[in-house]
Ligand binder design. Structure first.
Ligand SMILES: Nc1ncnc2c1ncn2[C@@H]1O[C@H](COP(=O)(O)OP(=O)(O)O)[C@@H](O)[C@H]1O
Ligand SMILES: Cc1ncc(COP(=O)(O)O)c(N)n1
Length: 261
C-alpha cells in the first residue's frame, strides 16, 4: 500500500464544518494527501457566525505538534486561526523545528466579521510568524491589519505584496477575493509576479474559501510542486469548490470540498 504525502494543519475547529480544521482536512483528502491536525482553539460556529471560542493551552498545542511531527512527519504545514499572542508565539517557535514548507493563512476575522485573533497578537504574527512562512495568504482585511495598506482595486495588490514581503515571508499571495469583478490574486517573491485570475462565481456560499485555498497549496507542496505551480493548482481547486458551494443553515453555506471526488 502506498502512503500518501502527509500534510499538517495548525488551526481552529469550526463546528459547522465549513472552515478551519474541518475544511483543511477535507481539502487535503480531496487533493490526495493524508491530513493531520494540531487544534489551537475550538469555535462554536455555524452559517450565521461565531458564537464563541475557547483556546487550548499552549502545552496541548505543543504536545499535538510533537506527537505528529516526531513520529509521522509532515511534507508541508498550513497554519490558520491561532487566536492569541501566546499561541502565535508557540506555533512560530514549533515551526522552526520542522523541515517543510509553511503556508500561513493569517486568519483575523470570520466571513461574518467575528474576531478570531486577539488584537495584541498582530505584532507577534508580523514579527515571529511571517519570517518563518514560505508563503502568506492574507485577504484584504488581513492585508490592512498587517501592513496598513488599503487595497480597493487590483492595481493596489503589488504594493500590498511588497509591504508583506518586507515582513519576511518568502512569497506573498495577496487575495483579491473581496474586490469587485474577476477573482484576482497576486503571488510574488519580489522578483517574479504571477497573476491568478478566475471568473467570479455569483454564489454567496463561500464560507471556508481562505482555509481551503491555503490547505490546497500545502497539499500540492506536499506532492512536490514548486510554489507557483502549487498555488495555480490550489486556485483551480478553490474556484471549482466555490462554484459548487451549497446552502446550509440560515446564513452563508460552505464551499463543496468534494466536488471532484
Ligand atoms: N465569488 C468568488 N468566485 C470565485 N473566486 C472567489 C470568490 N470569492 C473569493 N474567491 C477566491 O477564493 C480565494 C479565497 O479568497 P478570499 O475569499 O479573499 O479569502 P478569505 O476566505 O480569506 O476571505 C481567492 O483565490 C479568491 O480570489
Ligand atoms: C476556525 C475558523 N478558522 C478560520 C475561519 C475563517 O474562514 P474563511 O476561510 O471563510 O475566511 C473560520 N471562520 N473559522
Amino acid at each position: 500500500m502506498e502512503t500518501p504525502p502527509c500534510v499538517l494543519t495548525v488551526a481552529g475547529s469550526d463546528s459547522g464544518g465549513g472552515a478551519g480544521i474541518q475544511a483543511d482536512l477535507k481539502t487535503m483528502l480531496a487533493l490526495g494527501t493524508h491530513g493531520m491536525s494540531v487544534i489551537t482553539a475550538v469555535t462554536a460556529q455555524n452559517s450565521l457566525g461565531v458564537d464563541g471560542f475557547w483556546e487550548l493551552p499552549t502545552e496541548a498545542v505543543r504536545a499535538q505538534f510533537r506527537a505528529v511531527v516526531d513520529d509521522i512527519g509532515a511534507r508541508a504545514v498550513k497554519t490558520g486561526m491561532l487566536a492569541s499572542a501566546e499561541l502565535v508565539e508557540t506555533v512560530a517557535e514549533l515551526l522552526t523545528t520542522v523541515d517543510a514548507p509553511v503556508v500561513v493563512d493569517p486568519v483575523g476575522v470570520s466571513k461574518h466579521g467575528d474576531a478570531l485573533l486577539a488584537p495584541e497578537a498582530l505584532a507577534v504574527v508580523r514579527e515571529r510568524l511571517l519570517p518563518v512562512a514560505t508563503v502568506v495568504t492574507p485577504n484584504l482585511a488581513e492585508i490592512a491589519q498587517l501592513t496598513g495598506v488599503r487595497v480597493t482595486e487590483e492595481a493596489d495588490l503589488p504594493r500590498a505584496a511588497e509591504a508583506l514581503l518586507a515582513l519576511g515571508p518568502r512569497w506573498a499571495l495577496v487575495k483579491g477575493g473581496h474586490l469587485a469583478g474577476e477573482a484576482v490574486d497576486l503571488l510574488t517573491d519580489g522578483s517574479h509576479e504571477h497573476w491568478l485570475r478566475a471568473p467570479r462565481h455569483d454564489n454567496r456560499h463561500t464560507h471556508g474559501t481562505g482555509c481551503t485555498l491555503a490547505s490546497a497549496i500545502a497539499a500540492r507542496l506536499a506532492h512536490g510542486d514548486a510554489l507557483p505551480a502549487a498555488v495555480a493548482a490550489a486556485k483551480a481547486y478553490v474556484t471549482g469548490a466555490i462554484e459548487a458551494g451549497f446552502p446550509l443553515g440560515a446564513g452563508i453555506g460552505p464551499v463543496r470540498h468534494g466536488f471532484r471526488i
